[in-house]
Design a protein around this ligand. Structure first.
Ligand code: ASP
Length: 409
């Protein structure tokens, strides 16, 4: 069971979320006045990400020992990511075929949103290219985490091959990692207020409860499809946690602080520091925490994948276009890739959805249909993204323990 202070903090965070919903709902735009408190929390989290990721990945990979072990653990991690993301997309497609949220929907002509227009020609090769960067410093400055992670993995693998001099450098990064985790623990105490302000401020921006409700109602079936799909996938992950990782409900309770933070921030990257701390408190092997979670926070996005598949099918239905099974297979594959390519930042999924729409020849204007409610659904899918990473850490933890001949929980 999590420590007492963790439970108290969790209760305060839940109160923060509920109070945020209520305040934003009732007072609407007036809540924009407190939004800066949310920005303060979010920006401080973001401030930690780059040093944390670099130190965590370098010390995590180095602690795996030799490079062959990295290969095995890396392979298992990728297998977990792909399997669970595939399951998520499948659930999204099934739900959308059952509920048919776009059927008979009347909508006016909508415009292509600016951020989408700028990236209109995004394709699958862009995802592969995003693994590397010509300039590490620029990538860090833009919080493009994937190239930083790839570099850190390679750098750390190299360190393990150069003997004693490598050990000194690894020791340095171990220290950086521990210090960063201390900062995370301190920042966690600000989470209840930060999350309150983030939620209240965002609802305020949406014009308060009534206006928000009207927007949800306009695409109510779509919202219902996505939320029920996400709920089913959440449970699937819970089953994986139980049967594959051998963990129980207390693991979920221990993760709730991170899941609510994901809900508040709509960013898996910003949530990463808390995810790491909660998983660590859940007694997951440090090697799994440092390796699986940073990579997962940018690559493994089950919620986003499910959302993209469901949203694209919704757009097709709304335009009265019937997608064949073959085309749905294309949606399946591209939604998986698009989720991998999405950054762990708010509403990134909306932009990478272009890949899926292009692949089946649907009009990009369709994204306009989803704009009004995207910020809302984003919060739920981000929580599922973080939940997927957390379960992944538990699965890899079990694998590491088995390999070591250690005792299970
Ligand atoms: N906001 C999501 C995340 O950070 C990405 C997305 O689906 O837009 O995980």
């Amino acid at each position: 069971m999590p420590h007492r202070h963790a439970i108290i903090l969790l209760v305060l965070i839940v109160i923060g979320v509920l109070a945020g919903v209520m305040a934003g709902w009732i007072w609407g735009p007036a809540m924009l006045k407190v939004a800066w408190l949310g920005d303060l929390f979010l920006t401080t989290l973001k401030m930690l990400i780059v040093p944390l990721i670099i130190a965590a990945v370098i010390s995590g990979v180095a602690s795996l020992g030799d490079v062959r072990k990295l290969g095995r653990i890396g392979g298992a991690t990728l297998l977990y990511y792909f399997t669970t993301t595939g399951i998520a997309v499948f659930i999204g497609l099934v739900m959308v075929n059952i509920i048919q949220p776009g059927a008979g929907l009347e909508f006016g002509s909508s415009e292509i949103p600016q951020e989408v227009l700028a990236k209109g020609d995004t394709s699958v090769s862009d995802i592969l290219l995003s693994l590397v960067t010509p300039n590490l410093i620029a990538a860090a400055a833009d919080t493009q985490l994937l190239p930083l992670i790839i570099f850190s993995i390679l750098f750390s693998a190299a360190l393990t091959t150069i003997g004693k001099r490598g050990t000194h450098v690894i020791e340095f990064f171990n220290g950086v990692n521990d210090a960063m985790m201390k900062l995370v623990i301190w920042l966690m105490y600000f989470a209840p207020i930060g999350i309150f302000a983030l939620v209240a401020g965002r609802l305020g921006k949406a014009g308060g409860g009534e206006q928000f409700l009207a927007e949800i109602m306009a695409v109510g079936w779509h919202v219902l499809t996505v939320l029920s799909g996400l709920a089913i996938h959440f449970i699937v992950l819970l089953l994986i946690l139980y049967f594959v990782a051998g963990r129980g409900l207390d693991y979920l309770v221990g993760m709730l602080r991170a899941l609510f933070t994901a809900f508040g921030t709509a960013s898996s990257s910003a949530t990463l520091p808390l995810t790491m701390e909660c998983v660590r408190e859940n007694k997951v092997d440090d090697r799994a925490v440092r390796f699986v979670l940073p990579l997962g926070s940018t690559v493994n996005m089950d919620g986003t994948a499910l959302y993209e598949a469901a949203a694209v099918m919704f757009i097709a239905q709304a335009y009265g276009i019937d997608l064949t099974i073959g085309q749905q297979v294309v949606v399946f594959i591209t939604a998986t890739l698009a989720a991998i390519g999405a950054a762990g930042i708010p509403e990134a999924g909306l932009v990478t959805m272009i890949i899926v729409l292009n692949a089946v020849g649907l009009p990009l204007e369709g994204i306009g249909l989803l704009l009004a409610v995207d910020w809302f659904l984003d919060r739920f899918r981000t929580s599922v993204n973080v939940w997927g990473d957390s379960v992944g850490a538990a699965v890899i933890d079990r694998l590491l323990r088995k390999n070591n001949g250690g005792v299970d929980h």
